[in-house]
Design a protein around this ligand. Structure first.
Ligand code: CP
Length: 309
């Protein structure tokens, strides 16, 4: 059993817990792929998605995960809620608790917002991305996609190229993948590599070829223009030319390598359209994995709630 009320990040989640979530997600995927999309495993439970930032994949897959499992599910977007009238996150959380929510999946521009909510309310909090901090279910779905392809994560080389500095996906993947015995290499303009990333276990490549050389998985990360104040690299076209992934760059990876991207992709910037739509691309599989990972996370947190709360 997952011994926690909330899923806030992978920094403090053990390899055993990651394996448990991935095993359960695999089982969920098998059920959904068999055509069954209606279960009563979370019947009587309520999931609220509370998103203070835009999302397509994370929000819709949390919503569908709840619905497929039989939970009552509603979405609150900050833009149309009382947040616009000045309500605090804590007061919003207490309101949702008073409405008997069991689970809140939250995305927030401030790192640590889900942790604050988790301390304040008895609902189980699932972090759907907090600022530049973590995006645990994204890293879990990335790991599920890689584990399905290679059978195990142990010994894999994962090359991550893109905006590492502003990326919660890079951090959660680094925490998760290194715990699972994979090597994480990163490459980007120096201004897009966060200080201390090597101390967290990442290998900082000095060239794009070194980063990708022999890699089993090559992950592009979106250039997050909305989180930048500008001046971190000259232009998108130069970024693409010197740091992007194209077929030539990919030829340095292992011959069975797969290409990942959490989405949304800036087509032609992080990855060329040929790479995005090419045979090595697992970008759509990642989205499918996201549904089963979020179903598994809800199921496992529910198990904890039933046993402890
Ligand atoms: N990968 C990801 O978080 O995508 P969304 O922003 O569409 O949720």
């Amino acid at each position: 059993m997952l011994n926690r009320k909330d899923l806030l990040g992978l920094r403090d989640v053990s390899a055993e817990e990651i394996t448990l979530i991935l095993d359960n997600a695999e089982e969920m995927k098998r059920l959904v792929n068999s055509g069954k999309k209606s279960f009563d495993l979370l019947k009587g439970k309520t999931l609220i998605t509370l998103f203070y930032e835009n999302s397509t994949r994370t929000r819709s897959s949390f919503e569908l995960a709840g619905k497929y499992l039989g939970a009552t599910e509603i979405n609150i977007s900050a833009s149309s809620s009382s947040v616009q009238k000045g309500e605090t996150l804590i007061d919003t959380g207490k309101t949702l608790q008073a409405l008997k929510a069991d689970f809140i999946a939250i995305r927030h521009p401030m790192g640590g917002a889900p942790h604050l909510l988790a301390k304040t309310v008895g609902c189980s909090i699932l972090n759907g991305g907090d600022g530049m901090n973590e995006h645990p279910t994204q890293a879990l779905l990335d790991m599920l996609t890689m584990r399905e392809t290679f059978g195990s994560l142990k010994g894999l080389k994962v090359a991550i190229l893109g905006d590492i500095k502003h990326s919660r996906v890079a951090k959660s993947n680094l925490f998760g993948l290194t715990k699972m015995g994979a090597e994480v290499w990163v490459y980007a303009p120096k201004t897009l590599i966060p200080r201390g990333f090597d101390e967290l276990g990442a290998h900082i490549a000095t060239s794009r070829e070194q980063c990708v050389d022999g890699a089993n998985a090559v992950m592009g990360l979106r250039i997050q223009l909305e989180r930048q104040s500008g001046g971190l690299f000259p232009s998108l076209s130069e970024y693409s030319k010197f740091y992007g992934v194209n077929d030539e760059v990919l030829s340095h990876a292992d011959k069975n390598a797969v290409v990942l991207h959490p989405g949304p992709v800036n087509r032609g910037v992080e990855l060329t359209p040929q790479v995005i739509d090419g045979e090595k691309s697992r970008i759509e599989d990642q989205v499918t994995s996201g549904l089963s990972v979020r179903m598994a996370a809800l199921m496992l947190l529910n198990e904890y709630r039933e046993a402890n709360l």
